[in-house]
Design a protein around this ligand. Structure first.
Ligand code: E4P
Length: 215
C-alpha cells in the first residue's frame, strides 16, 4: 500500500519524505489556504516546491466547476511538473474533465467521493485515482471502511485500474483498516503516519534492553 501525506506544509512533507515511507502528496484548496498560500503564481510555485521534495505523485486540485474551466486549470497544473496529478471533484462536469484528461494521458484524482456509484463512474471515466473520504463518512455515522470495501469489490470484479486512494484518514487505525481492505493508497496527516510507530511494549522493551546492555 502506498502512503501519501495529506498536507501542503513543506516541512511536514520533508519530514515524511525523510522517514523513507512517503509515496506521494495530496493537497486541496483548504490545505493550501491553511498554509497561507494565496494568488495563482504563489500557488503554482508551491506545487513545484512540493514536487521538488517528494519523488511521488502530487495531487493539485482545480477550483473551476465547469468543464472548460477545469480543462484550462488542469492543463496549467499538469504543465507544472510531470508528477502533478489533476484533482477533480466528483460532479457532472468533473466526470467529463476526467475523461478528457484520461484520453490525453494526464493523470487525475477524482475527489469528494462518498458512494460506490460515484467511484464506479470515476473508474469508467478513466480516473487514475479515486478518493473516497473515510473520515467524513464516519463523521456522519456511516462506516467509511464499508465504502473502501465496496469499491475494492467493484474494481476487482471488472479489473478497473483506477487506484483506490483512501482519503480523509484521521488516525492510525484507519490506515491499518485500509490495508486490510486492500486500498491501493492512503493519504493521511503526518500525525497518523507517525502514530503507527508507537507501541508501549516497544518503549518498555527498549528501555529494558538498554538497561540490560549497561550491566
Ligand atoms: C483528500 O484528498 C482530502 O485532501 C482530504 O483527505 C480530506 O480530509 P479531511 O476530511 O480531513 O479534510
Amino acid at each position: 500500500m502506498k502512503f501519501f501525506i495529506d498536507t501542503a506544509n513543506l516541512a511536514q512533507i520533508k519530514e515524511a519524505q525523510d522517514l523513507g515511507v512517503l509515496d506521494g502528496v495530496t493537497t486541496n484548496p483548504s490545505l493550501m489556504a491553511k498554509e497561507g498560500i494565496k494568488g495563482q503564481d504563489n500557488i503554482m510555485k508551491h506545487y513545484v516546491d512540493i514536487c521538488n521534495i517528494t519523488t511521488g505523485d502530487v495531487s493539485a486540485e482545480v477550483i473551476a466547476t465547469d468543464f472548460d474551466g477545469m480543462v484550462r486549470e488542469g492543463e496549467m497544473l499538469a504543465d507544472l511538473h510531470p508528477r502533478i496529478v489533476v484533482k477533480i471533484p466528483m460532479i457532472r462536469e468533473g466526470l467529463k474533465a476526467i475523461k478528457y484528461f484520461s484520453d490525453k494521458g494526464i493523470k487525475t484524482n477524482c475527489t469528494l467521493v462518498f458512494s460506490a456509484g460515484q467511484a464506479l463512474l470515476a473508474a469508467k471515466a478513466g480516473a487514475s485515482y479515486v478518493s473516497p473520504f473515510v473520515g467524513r463518512l464516519d463523521d456522519i455515522s456511516q462506516d467509511g471502511m464499508d465504502l473502501i470495501d465496496d469499491i475494492r469489490t467493484i474494481y476487482d470484479n471488472y479489473g478497473y485500474e483506477t487506484e483506490i486512494l483512501a482519503a480523509s484518514i484521521r488516525h492510525p487505525l484507519h490506515i491499518v483498516q485500509c490495508a486490510k481492505l486492500a486500498a491501493d493508497v492512503i493519504t493521511a496527516p503526518l500525525s497518523a503516519i507517525i502514530a503507527l510507530l508507537n507501541h508501549p511494549l516497544t518503549d518498555k522493551g527498549l528501555a529494558q534492553f538498554l538497561a540490560d546492555a549497561k550491566k
